[in-house]
Ligand binder design. Structure first.
Ligand code: SAM
Length: 270
């Protein structure tokens, strides 16, 4: 590892504490029947902990300079497949074909793409069982945030609509090398299907984005702008759920967004 030149642009902050790595792998609740996808293998420290517990690990790593390091560090372990490519450029359908039903994602994510990675799974994944991710504390707290809190936003709602999300641990910045200037958390998201029976995800996304578009505006004003409807109609939509017309989008729970979205798409049908 000494010879590796750490690249900030790839978010290379590695973990080496075996106890911590083992605890993160335990958070993912992997069994010998599970296939695990890792994003950003780095020096392979988490990869080997995952491989100990899983049937198979498929790990992406963008930095080809890590080929020699990973080959050396993971030698003798025969259930790891390394892919030296940008995960964001991967074809999700083809990848899921190879991962099979109910695969697990576990990763210490590079900070610069942590939200886009989560959004990829929310928008594109069809066969995922769970995500266990080490992320910058602020990002993790946003993902797990509840309505009415400062951190609550579009990603919180999108993820909560499909998964049960919790923070499993806090990690001090001193555990990483090189040390970043932020602390981290591990979040676990268990995908439980379309739990709120959303009938039109495009409309759900449009509604949630519109509600947080102008955060300081009331939901009614945001609805009028994005759906091009009268104030009266927007108020009507909310009142059919006993939602007060002066509410701001950030006060609505994911379930309320789902119900409202279903109602809007029903009422907006030609
Ligand atoms: N898993 C290692 C650990 O826990 O020590 C490394 C984690 S480090 C925070 C993130 C890793 O992701 C780096 O090795 C980086 O090169 C890699 N990476 C960054 N962007 C990537 C991408 N788009 N696709 C795949 N790997 C990426």
């Amino acid at each position: 590892m000494n010879k590796h030149h750490f690249k900030k642009r790839y978010g290379q902050n590695f973990l080496s504490d075996e106890k911590l790595l083992s605890a993160i792998a335990e958070d993912a609740q992997i069994t010998k029947n599970d296939t695990v996808l890792e994003i950003g293998a780095g020096g392979g420290a988490l990869t080997s902990q995952l491989a100990k517990r899983a049937k198979k690990v498929i790990a992406y790593e963008i930095d080809k300079e890590l080929i020699a390091v990973l080959t050396q560090n993971l030698r003798g372990i025969d259930n790891i497949e390394l892919i030296f490519n940008d995960f964001m450029m991967s074809d999700m359908t083809a990848l899921e074909e190879r991962l099979g039903e109910n695969y697990i994602v576990a990763a210490n994510l590079p900070y610069y793409i942590s939200t886009p990675v989560v959004m990829r799974f929310v928008e594109e994944a069809k066969k995922i069982k769970s995500l266990t991710l080490t992320l910058q504390k602020e990002v993790g707290e946003r993902l797990a945030a509840k309505e009415g809190t400062r951190d609550y936003g579009t990603v919180s709602v999108f993820l909560t609509a499909l998964a049960d999300v919790k923070i499993t641990r806090y990690i001090d910045r001193s555990f990483f090398y090189p040390q970043p200037n932020v602390d981290s958390v591990v979040i676990k998201a268990d995908f439980v299907g379309n739990k709120f029976a959303i009938n039109d995800f495009d409309n759900f996304r449009k509604l949630v984005k519109s509600a947080f578009g102008m955060r300081r505006k009331t939901l009614v004003n945001n609805l009028m702008a994005s759906y091009k409807v009268s104030r009266e109609k927007a108020i009507n939509w909310l009142q059919s759920f006993n939602i007060t017309p002066t509410i701001r989008g950030e006060e609505l729970s994911a379930l309320q967004f789902a119900l409202l979205s279903n109602n809007i798409s029903l009422l907006n049908m030609p």
